[in-house]
Design a protein. Structure first.
Length: 575
């Protein structure tokens, strides 16, 4: 590593020249030496908080990142941003804050970096929205950037088997159905989450952690090991060194995040049976780079990618098992064998993806990672749907659903919000074969596009997960199982067809053909639209969620809240 010329770096506005003497006084006050002040200033951003186990280890991991930055002649400056943890926010009004927090994380990281003129960033994130939020900030700023995941939780053990928080959500349904005692439920809740770290299945956090490696922003293999493993410190230190290498070579976030690297990321989501939320987050990350990579583009890749990594919720294993089988690099090596990887993409190491994959010696174990030539299914674990119920598209996770169950037809049972649907599920006032519609839960109409895990888990717990279908303009948790269609667009609040569905309408879902339709004529829909009274009023008439509802765009474009790189008139690094 070399020492740096700061004459073109943003931090020169804070540290260089006689006029910056007051600024340097502040830096001296924090114990920095003259040498450290005149080195590049590197933001080390974490989403540390005491809200949930996903975030609790980030503060400690940041210290190893700072050591790596220092060793490579940089001066690390640690700061934190918010995170809203979905597991805690689930099933009540708090879930409205979840997706909005993604934008708040990106915005606050951007403001902190701009305000203090930092030259590069290492971002640490642990829970669902904090991962894309941190990556969005990196691409928006276009600084040299390295992402590092806080790591997954260890699986719990209950009655001789591995369990995750998904099992607890589903146990609530079993308890309501009278199949599980209160005592057994309490025993399960006490052991399901035994350590720091994010939810262990291929839910949204681990899906986006896999994306961080596949897209090139994270060091190879850095996302895999559980949060409590000592080896995380080594990856933290290496990430600190890596960002200084990128700074020296002037390799920026948008050199790494390209159309091709986004396609690589979508491949990895598909072949691991990842969260449907990737269909929201990949377009949002693309937007920050000025790229159009919408829900339909993501789903096109899902359609021709085999599903061959056997992870919960559709499969058997958790993140720790994937790590022990060789991690996401072995998965990408399998994708490469099928000609499904762009190898010329740049990564956070300064080497290409192809060069990184050349160094991977391990092969698919045939248990967690199946060979791409013998996949679990021939198409991806997530499928896009379009039709007269969702003209702008929708998304469904089919990982773990047998092909013969991927077509569902039944009468609509309409609910105006999640609470109404959950109440009906608890009371079992629905029938086998129903297509449950939950509307007014989109980004603007919710507001906040809530996840429906409480409802879907209760259905699974009642043994009805495969006997009904569920459709919403909101979202589903990465832990959701069953025929659950989310991201329906346009949303009900914008007058999308989902606002016009009535009880008893015949709904047909076909995940094989990729269609979602209601047996209602265009003339009848036009008549219903003429009678439609407009969006449902919510209680959010001020504050952050009101602001979010005013700004948020279409779901298929990633539910973003600003014009993105296409409209920008300057790049932060060149200011």
């Amino acid at each position: 590593m070399t020492k740096f010329d700061k004459s073109k770096l943003p931090s020169r506005y804070v540290t260089e020249g006689p006029s910056k003497a007051p600024h340097r006084s502040f830096l001296y006050a924090m114990g920095l030496t003259e040498e450290e002040i005149h080195q590049p200033l590197v933001g080390v951003a974490t989403c540390w908080n005491e809200a949930a186990p996903c975030n609790i280890a980030l503060n400690r991991q940041a210290q190893s990142v700072k050591a790596g930055v220092k060793a490579a002649y940089g001066t690390p400056r640690e700061f934190t941003t918010i995170t809203v943890t979905d597991g805690i926010a689930m099933g009540h009004e708090g879930m409205r804050s979840s997706l909005a927090s993604r934008e708040a994380i990106a915005d606050t990281v951007e403001l902190s970096m701009r305000g203090h003129a930092y030259d590069a960033i290492v971002g640490l994130a642990g829970c669902d929205k904090s991962l894309p939020g941190m990556m969005m900030a990196m691409v928006r700023l276009n600084t040299p950037s390295v992402f590092i995941y806080g790591g997954s939780i260890l699986p719990g053990r209950y009655q001789g088997r591995d369990v995750t928080v998904q099992d607890v959500f589903e146990a609530v349904g079993q308890h309501q159905a009278g199949n599980l005692s209160t005592c057994e439920l309490e025993k399960l809740e006490a052991v399901a989450c035994p350590s720091a770290g994010a939810c262990g299945g291929q839910f949204t956090a681990n899906t986006m952690a896999c994306v961080s490696e596949a897209i090139g922003l994270a060091l190879p293999n850095s996302s895999g090991m559980p949060a409590v493993y000592e080896s995380r410190d080594q990856y933290g230190e290496a990430s600190g060194r890596a960002v200084m290498n990128l700074l020296e070579k002037n390799i920026r976030a948008r050199d790494i995040v390209t159309r091709k690297s986004l396609e690589n990321a979508a491949r990895v989501v598909a072949c691991t049976g990842g969260s449907t939320n990737a269909g929201l987050h990949l377009p949002a990350i693309a937007h920050e780079a000025g790229l159009e990579f919408f829900l339909e583009d993501v789903c096109d890749i899902f359609k021709d990618t085999p599903y061959f990594v056997d992870l919960k919720p559709g499969g058997q294993y958790v993140a720790k098992d994937l790590y022990e089988a060789g991690g996401i690099m072995v998965v990408m090596k399998e994708l490469r064998k099928a000609g499904l990887m762009h190898e010329d993409c740049m990564t956070a190491t300064g080497r290409s993806m192809g060069e990184e994959l050349d160094m991977i010696e391990r092969e698919a174990d045939g248990k967690v990672i199946h060979p791409v030539s013998a996949p679990l299914t021939k198409t991806g674990g997530v499928v896009g749907l379009k039709g007269n119920l969702a003209p702008e598209g929708a998304i469904v996770k089919v990982a773990g659903i047998a092909t013969q169950h991927q077509i569902f037809k039944g009468p609509a049972r309409v609910f105006e919000c999640e609470e109404d649907a959950f109440e009906a599920v608890q009371a079992r006032s629905y029938s086998e074969g129903d297509v449950i519609i939950i509307r007014n839960e989109g980004p603007a109409g919710g507001p906040g596009m809530r996840e429906m895990l409480s409802t879907t888990a209760a259905l699974s717990g009642q043994g009805m997960g495969k006997k009904v279908a569920l459709i919403t303009d909101g979202r589903f948790s990465g832990a959701t199982r069953g025929f659950c269609v989310g991201h329906v667009g346009p949303e009900a609040a914008l007058g999308g067809p989902i606002a016009l569905v009535e009880d008893g309408d015949e709904i047909t879902l076909d995940a094989i053909a990729g269609t979602i339709s209601m047996d209602v004529s265009d003339d009848e829909l036009a008549a219903r639209r003429a009678k439609w009274k407009g969006p449902r009023k919510t209680m959010y008439s001020s504050g952050a969620l009101w602001k979010y509802a005013q700004l948020v765009g279409a779901t298929y474009k990633g539910a973003v809240t600003h014009p993105g790189a296409e409209a920008e008139s300057h790049v932060y690094m060149d200011i």
